[in-house]
Write a protein that binds this ligand. Sequence first.
Ligand code: SF4
Length: 109
Amino acid sequence: MSEQNLSRRSVLKGAFLSLAAIPVVSLSTTAHAAPATALVDPATDPLAKGLGYVANGAAVKDPAHKAGANCANCALYQGKAKDKQGPCAIFGGRPVLAAGWCKSWVKKA
Ligand code: SF4
């Protein structure tokens, strides 16, 4: 399998997971409406808990975590390379830490 196919598969997987998270995002924003600019809090945000979001991807013990994976190198992260935090598509554009990580991580192309 070529690297391009793997990359396409990764992007499709991320898109699928994003779509799957929309109902959860809708519920979570209805139940406890965090401001759109509020940093995602892994301790209190229901979606963050469901996705296993952590502030420090380097300390993750989850078997789904790949070495070196963090929000800054995730396809769903919308911050700039040197930003310490940036918007995440999974969280409806709310900011996550560049060093963070969750189970929806998809390698940035
Ligand atoms: S790894 Fe980070 S940027 Fe990627 S989907 Fe999860 S929280 Fe968002």
